[in-house]
Design a protein around this ligand. Structure first.
Ligand code: GTP
Ligand code: MG
Length: 626
């Protein structure tokens, strides 16, 4: 029983692929989201101002300011002893103020123009006020007007995040291995060589896709511009049994510490495919498609003049989610303006931007700290954390994940803040809420800005507070490099202990980096007899689904008549016909295998062949494939 008449649908039909290309991520519209999501309000009032940077916040002049307050806790009263910044009319709850919102990050005036370019069109409408508030100098504005209450979990994430931040450590890329080249049908024609025989060469294999760890990269920003990576197609075979050249490989460079996941269509995190930590690591992700065989390869004892050749195999394709987790030994965390960048610049050669306003650092900075000839550690200075960071408030949450790879944390507490104790607790809580693993990491507390007399006075009470929790803080002045050496030594000691425990290096070495490609190669050897049949009773359509059989259809070059015989033989041999009959296929039913759509005819009713009804001689039409 053979499907003796086959009518192919006019449009090519494709319902199965090894890897289905995902939709492109929708680009977020910062302007819309910033409008739709006005600044979160608080019960607090502050004066609006005519400058974009709200000078009301910059009351402390060149001194370290104290406007990066976390909200006062009930059990912390602002007493007269903490009267340094009593001139500030209110304690500003940053998590509810406009400052930390990713829709409206602060920036110093000189950078405002480039900043606005980076961050879309936020604030363009209102030249007077960066945050879009009314700008009369004397008018008081209640943030409540803009408040809709608590930020929903994960709500602020991704919404209106400037591209430079979104792309710093996350990227979505499309990779496609090269298709194999087609085999050809050719015969040897040479003087004095009659019946020279088939000489069509095979097509070349398609190019492979590699991911390589590049030491010089420390972000995924290059993927902001180009996200599609396609390996070259193999060349077609030629006469004289010449095999086509292999397609050009494509090498995608990623930063050390990149986690590779298979992209999921509906969002969410897909399965982790690779963790690329060490510079020089090279992973074969997608192997190129196999080149199709030329007619020389089909020659056999019984088939001396084969007039058949194969198409090249289609290269696999997939979307990958890349996520960078910086590979740093020590992570510096703390509220904005605590002096984290100042500390990094004091202990390493790094020159991060330091300024007297919150969120100076919007992307992590890395520095190498050398204690000795052979004792070095990599330290990461992260953007400031605010209360609610784990829910998406501020900028720090975007980068908190980088601390997951750090072995040790240095928690910088702003000594000039009104309530350093509460600030300390709030940041600890944020770390815990972001990931319990983070709060379990060994950490050192650095009480900063000790050069300021009022901070010096507060030091004892802060120390006592931490002692009650069994913590010994290190008092430093990052600006004057006082106490920083002790801090670095303490961090290094902790790091040594941690490294001995985790043996990160051994873990990084283990594992086969080519396992994704291996599984694809394994799929190629799946037998054609492994298939499933689905029946759609309404349209009387039968779908034959199987990796092996689909690959066979894709590689069949229908322009050669012998391909049809081979295909029919294959369907018979792998049991498709038998299975269809067993399941009750009837005359005139549609059978779909890969890109082929056929009409079933029982052999003994051949006189009624559908093809002949349509006046097609031989009753077979094939699609123009490939
Ligand atoms: N007096 C004094 N000021 C300091 C000290 N350390 C930092 N500062 C000042 O505090 C302000 C903020 O310093 P940064 O290092 O930018 O703070 P940061 O924690 O990196 O801030 P973000 O990047 O916004 O999170 C700057 O004006 C520094 O000069 C210190 O030890 N003493
Ligand atoms: Mg900073």
């Amino acid at each position: 029983m053979l499907p003796s008449a086959m009518v192919v649908a006019a449009s090519s039909f494709s319902f199965f692929r090894l890897f289905v290309a995902r939709d492109r991520p929708k680009s977020s519209n910062l302007r819309e989201s910033s409008r739709a999501n006005p600044n979160h309000g608080s019960n607090l009032k502050f004066r609006s101002c005519s400058s974009r940077l709200l000078p009301a916040f910059q009351s402390a002049g060149d001194e370290a300011t104290t406007y990066t307050r976390l909200p006062p806790k009930e059990d912390f009263q602002i007493g007269p002893s903490i009267g340094l910044h009593a001139s500030l009319s209110d304690v500003i709850k940053l998590s509810e103020s406009p400052l930390p919102s990713v829709d409206s990050p602060a920036k110093k005036p000189s950078e405002t123009s480039t900043f606005l370019e980076d961050f879309g069109e936020v604030g363009k409408e209102d030249d007077e006020n960066f945050f879009g508030f009314e700008s009369d100098d004397d008018e008081e504005i209640t943030l409540d007007e803009f408040s809709d209450g608590e930020i929903e979990e994960g709500d602020a994430k991704e919404k209106g995040i400037p591209a430079v931040m979104r792309c710093f450590d996350r990227a979505k890329i499309y990779v496609k291995a090269g298709d194999g080249g087609n085999g050809v049908v050719a015969f040897r024609r040479e003087k004095y060589v009659p019946y020279g025989g088939p000489s069509g060469g095979d097509g070349g294999n398609g190019g492979d896709v590699y991911l390589v760890v590049d030491e010089s990269m420390n972000s995924l920003l290059p993927f902001r511009k180009s996200i599609h990576f396609r390996a070259g197609r193999g060349e077609h075979g030629q006469g004289k049994k010449q095999t086509g050249a292999k397609g050009v490989d494509v090498v995608v460079k990623v930063a050390p510490g990149t986690v590779v996941r298979e992209s999921r269509k509906g969002g969410g995190e897909g399965e982790v495919l690779l963790e690329l930590l060490k510079p020089g690591q090279r992973a074969l992700v997608l192997p190129g498609g196999r080149g199709g065989r030329g007619n020389a390869s089909f020659k056999s004892g019984t088939r001396k003049v084969p007039k058949i050749a194969e198409n090249g195999e289609a290269g696999a394709e997939m979307w990958l989610d890349l996520e960078l987790k910086l590979v740093a030994d020590v992570g510096i965390v703390g509220v904005p303006n605590a002096g984290k960048s100042t500390l990094l610049s004091a202990i390493s050669a790094a020159q991060p931007e330091i300024a007297n306003y919150p969120f100076t650092t919007i992307l992590p900075n890395l520095g190498v700290v050398s204690l000795d000839y052979d004792s070095t550690m990599v330290v990461a200075d992260l953007p400031g954390l605010l209360e609610g960071a784990h829910k998406g408030v501020g900028l720090g949450h975007e980068f908190l994940r980088h601390t997951e790879r750090c072995s040790v944390l240095v928690h910088v507490v702003d000594g000039s803040s009104i309530q350093p104790e509460y600030e300390f607790d709030a940041v600890r809580l944020e770390l815990e809420q972001f990931s319990p693993g983070l709060s379990e990491k060994p950490y050192i507390v650095a009480f900063n800005k000790m050069d300021l007399p009022e901070v010096y006075q507060k030091c004892d009470s802060f120390k006592k507070y931490l002692w009650n929790h069994g913590i010994e803080p290190v008092c430093i002045s990052a600006m004057h490099r006082q106490g920083t050496h002790e801090l670095v030594c303490a961090a290094y000691e902790l790091l040594k202990k941690e490294k001995a425990k985790t043996k990160l290096e051994e873990w990084a070495d283990s594992g086969n980096l080519n396992h994704v490609a291996d599984s694809i190669i394994k799929q190629r050897s799946v037998s054609m007899s492994e298939f499933e049949i689905f029946h759609d009773g309404i349209s009387n359509t039968w779908h034959v689904v199987g990796i092996g059989i689909h690959r066979f259809v894709q590689m069949t070059n229908w322009q050669y008549n012998e391909s049809l015989r081979r295909f029919q033989h294959a369907l018979e041999a792998c049991g498709v016909n038998r299975a269809l009959l067993k399941q009750g296929v009837k005359e005139g039913d549609t059978v779909i295998v890969g890109e082929m759509e056929m009409v079933w005819h029982n052999e003994n009713e051949q006189t009624e062949a559908l093809g002949s009804k349509k006046g097609i001689s031989g009753s077979v039409r094939w699609p123009q494939l490939g």
